[in-house]
Design a protein around this ligand. Structure first.
Ligand code: ZN
Length: 543
């Protein structure tokens, strides 16, 4: 992004807005899978926290990279770096050294299956910068998902929590301190939550919904799965109230994909602000919150139906309640809200040229083709990511690697469901020129920004625009998703709000990697050299 031009442009366009106060608390919120399109579609209906955020400084935001998944997306928000530098190239990747799939927050070398940590994250976060610059500042992160909480918390949080099915908010000693001080608030919250649910099972979805949401209730067939489109969804009936329902995996899954899940994270976050007296210490504190159910609901039902409509209203209300409670604490705070990636609706409901792709079948066919073409006695495609194809060849075939890769690439490009595909060697050569506007990046340049030679695939695949990957067959299967380099997966809102802010819709796009250096300037600390740039909100960006 042309920093000089951008600085001039914003300086000229924002004088009406009061500068953000030097806050005692920065609240950084990520709404998982909250595409710019979703924000715009529902914006006229918001009356709560999303209305408030929309009345601040609003940017068209970009997760500019190609691998638009949760872990890479969250890794950009508070580090200032693209996934190529954070090292988080996907939610998981095929580790060539151990010939196994690794999860982005797994902890190699421990036998503890619940171990989660930031070891894969190659850079520091805003919270790490803050704690180094301002001893006494606190950094706390909360999410419905471990990978979201850990990527926003970084390496040295005071506490980091995520939801564990059947247990409530928990942590891991590889992710942050596990002490009486960090455990007590989680235990208290979980104990009272589960006691309340044992006394009276929660209602996951509202029985009464707005007329505009009700109008979206239409049955659909996604892949091999028929959904009624009704709220409450059929699958959620009967999962509460039975014997030991709180420990059942069905309840756990329905809870996460329901509108009552985000309010839990926000209630716990608010409790953490109070018990830790955040915003009342000697320095500015940082609270990071990632809200997961928009994503769970989008995957389960697509984002074009009544389910997401109801979720948007619930999220708006929960954020409104959260901000109202923060207001009452009397702590000067600055809030930022964005998303880890966007999403498109399921191909069947999108219509037009959008198609559903049976990626399992496609990879199987590619294996079959390569076996025949090269006389291989094994399946060369390793791992389980159909967007980042890894060719795992034994030493005897390694000398044919270039030929096999070229053939696989040509085979993929000839498929109608594939929009474009690139070898790792092509991507390494595709660094975007300095200052190139994010909206103009080529597909190869987008992939470059989330490419790490050791962790990324040998072939990077962009399926056709609008494609939905996978074949849902049973209740609970994913019917829609994200992860492509197309704009509907890259574009997200980036919203800033503080008391007294004047509403401003910035025409200039902003990247999520610009958020951390911008917030660093709001707090008044120096950001290290990162991919992103400080954007002038009326505070002073370092020259
Ligand atoms: Zn996500």
């Amino acid at each position: 992004m042309g920093l000089g031009l951008l600085g001039l442009f914003l300086a000229a366009s924002t004088p009406a807005s009061a500068a953000p106060p030097r806050p005692k608390l920065v609240v950084a919120i990520s709404v998982d899978q909250f595409s710019l399109e979703l924000f715009q579609r529902y914006r006229p209906t918001f009356t709560g926290g999303l209305k408030r955020m929309g009345e601040g400084v609003a940017f068209t935001g970009y997760q500019s990279h190609g691998a638009t998944e949760t872990c890479p997306g969250h890794s950009t928000i508070l580090t200032g770096d693209h996934p190529a530098r954070t090292g988080i190239v996907a939610n998981g990747w095929y580790d060539r050294k151990t010939a196994s799939n690794v999860y982005c927050v797994s902890v190699p070398g421990t036998a503890d299956p619940s171990a989660r940590g930031s070891g894969m994250l190659k850079v520091d976060t805003l919270g790490d910068w803050l704690k180094r610059a301002e001893p006494g500042a606190r950094s706390i992160a909360v999410s419905g998902k471990d990978r979201a909480a850990i990527m926003m918390a970084g390496h040295h949080p005071d506490a980091v929590y995520w939801w564990n099915d059947g247990q409530g908010f928990s942590t891991s000693r590889y992710a942050g301190p596990v002490t009486a001080k960090t455990l007590a608030p989680a235990r208290a919250f979980n104990r009272s939550l589960f006691a309340a649910w044992r006394a009276k099972p929660p209602q996951l979805w509202p029985e009464k919904i707005s007329a505009s949401c009700a109008a979206l209730q239409q049955p659909h067939r996604f892949g091999r799965l028929e959904l009624s489109g009704e709220v409450p969804p059929q699958s959620s009936s009967g999962v509460t109230g039975g014997k030991d329902y709180l420990g059942s995996s069905r309840f756990a899954e329905e809870l996460r994909a329901s509108p009552i899940f985000d309010p839990l994270a926000l209630a716990f976050a608010e409790q953490l602000v109070r018990t830790n007296r955040m915003g009342r210490g000697p320095k500015t504190d940082l609270l990071a919150v990632s809200l997961s159910s928009t994503d769970y609901i989008g995957h389960r039902y697509g984002n074009g139906g009544a389910e997401t409509c109801v979720q948007m209203a619930a999220l708006d209300k929960a954020l409104g309640d959260f901000f109202d409670r923060l207001d009452r604490l009397g702590v000067p705070y600055v809030a930022m809200l964005t998303a880890d990636h966007g999403a498109a609706d399921a191909a069947e409901r999108l219509g037009g040229s959008a198609q559903r792709v049976n990626t399992g079948g496609l990879v199987g066919s590619l294996n079959g083709h390569l076996r025949t073409a090269f006389g291989l006695g094994y399946d060369p495609v390793a791992g389980d990511d159909s967007r980042q194809i890894v060719l795992n060849l034994p030493p005897i075939d390694n000398q044919r690697r270039d030929a096999i890769t070229a053939d696989a690439l040509a085979w993929l490009k000839a498929r109608p469901e594939v929009g474009s595909a690139f070898t790792a060697a092509e991507i390494v050569q595709s660094a975007p020129p300095a200052g190139k506007p994010v909206q103009d990046l080529t597909l190869a340049e987008r992939f470059y920004e989330s490419f790490d030679p050791e962790r990324s695939g040998d072939i990077l695949v962009a399926y056709a625009e609008g494609a939905t990957l996978g074949m849902p067959a049973a209740q609970g299967d994913t019917v829609a998703g994200h992860g492509s380099p197309w704009d509907y997966d890259r574009r997200v809102p980036i919203l800033f709000w503080w008391p007294g802010v004047a509403a401003a819709a910035e025409p200039q796009p902003m990247e999520t990697v610009d958020i951390a250096p911008t917030l660093a300037a709001v707090i008044g600390i120096k950001a290290p050299a990162v991919d992103g740039h400080c954007v002038d909100l009326g505070q002073r960006c370092p020259s």
